[in-house]
Design a protein around this ligand. Structure first.
Ligand code: MN
Length: 404
């Protein structure tokens, strides 16, 4: 019996630290896509919605799936590129795109950037796409240990995007589907906040994809929600198996801003008003919790408090020393929006969400405009510099006149 999509769900959330949602998604069975936009002044939002709109408007069912995916992705690229050329404020905007079409039981994928496609099969989660990102390139070349990737400050730099150039290299591949497979397409706002083990766990224990989507987004937000989070899920089953899908589909219109052009197409859940939360104060979280020393008498309690105070003070002195020491350093990198940015401090993140760097100045120039990728990698390697040096480099990058 042929396979079909028996259940599906899609959800996008602004996260807890951004004010706008630059992700877009398409849930239009048998076509599904996630796009994560970049570029200042809300241009990223424009780029990602053009990407999914282009997929919504084209019939991917006609022709060979991989060829169609590539064709439509390149058409979207051209639209974004041309719009960016016409409008200064949108100059250099771009977006990732991970799109699939399910045809004859096969999952054909077109992929650009660092959004991801996963498959849960027999309880095991497997990533089917590779990131087109600086960090993954460094790992492939053996220049970075895979364990270092998760906390790498430049992990959001992508080496391929729709929009920055007139043409784009679209990676395509096809995997045969199986009954019971669950597929997840997501933006990096999920994968930078939630471990793959945890994603697998959520997919295994939830009763519906609707619930799984909600849970994935909630956990990403609970873990910090630093970026926009988007998930699209679908499940394959036998043709006669009527899953919960029929019910869940009807609920979409209330949850998502529906595009005018495609009835079953949910394009972006726009700014579900999640309040913007700031990170907890580092000093407060660094102090040991008092419950770790259960007091049994008044004297013991007093001694316990003194010990806690001393540890907290030592931690504060250490952090302050480190902070002052690191202030003399600058490095050039990329913001989470993909823009070339000058940072002050050291390029490391500590546990508990403490960064040893802060943004000194963010340009409006997307990192993707530095070509070729090798050169981009060399420039954005967050080498420590003095202030004058770093400012000079930023100026050259902004004026696009850096010598190769
Ligand atoms: Mn993102």
């Amino acid at each position: 019996m042929p396979l079909r999509i028996v259940e599906e769900a899609g959800l996008s959330d602004v996260g807890r630290q951004r004010t706008t949602n630059e992700d877009s998604y398409l849930e239009s069975s048998p076509v599904f896509a996630v796009a994560d936009g970049m570029g200042g002044a809300r241009a990223g939002e424009v780029a990602s919605s053009i990407a999914v709109q282009t997929f919504a408007e084209n019939h991917l069912e006609d022709g060979k799936p991989e060829a169609r995916l590539e064709e439509v992705a390149r058409a979207a690229n051209r639209r974004i590129y041309e719009l960016a050329q016409e409008d200064e404020s949108r100059s250099g905007m771009g977006t990732t795109l991970t799109a699939v079409i399910v045809a004859d039981g096969d999952i054909a994928t077109g992929h650009v950037g660092d959004s991801r496609l996963y498959r849960l099969r027999d309880g095991e989660l497997e990533r089917l796409t590779r990131d087109h990102s600086l960090v993954e390139e460094l790992i492939r070349r053996g220049e970075l240990a895979p364990e270092a990737a998760d906390n790498h400050p430049q992990r959001s730099i992508i080496t391929r995007a729709l929009g920055p150039e007139p043409d784009v290299d679209v990676e395509t591949f096809t995997c045969p589907g199986r009954e019971g497979d669950v597929y997840l397409i997501c933006s990096d706002g999920l994968t930078t906040m939630v471990s793959e083990d945890e994603v697998a766990d959520i997919l295994r224990r939830t009763d519906s994809l609707e619930e799984a989507a909600r849970e994935l987004v909630d956990v990403a937000n609970r873990n910090g929600g630093k970026d926009n989070v988007t998930v699209v899920l679908f499940r394959l089953g036998q043709d006669d198996a009527l899953g919960a899908g029929a019910d869940t589909l009807s609920g979409q219109e209330t949850r998502t801003g529906l595009s005018a052009t495609a009835v079953k197409t949910a394009v972006k859940a726009r700014e579900r008003e999640t309040e913007t939360a700031t990170r907890p104060d580092a000093g407060a979280t660094a102090a040991p919790r008092r419950s770790a020393h259960p007091p049994t008498g008044r004297r013991r309690r007093a001694r316990g408090l003194v010990a806690v105070a001393i540890v907290a003070l030592a931690a504060a002195v250490l952090v302050a020393g480190f902070y002052i020491g690191s202030r003399q350093f600058y490095f050039v990198g990329t913001s989470e929006q993909g823009l070339i940015t000058l940072y002050r401090g050291l390029p490391y993140d500590l546990p508990l969400g403490v960064s040893l760097y802060e943004t000194e100045y963010s340009s409006a120039v997307p990192a993707a405009t530095i070509r070729p990728p090798d050169r981009r990698a060399a420039i954005l390697d967050h080498q420590l510099r003095g202030k004058g040096d770093a400012v000079d480099l930023m100026r050259q990058l902004e004026q696009g006149r850096l010598e190769p």
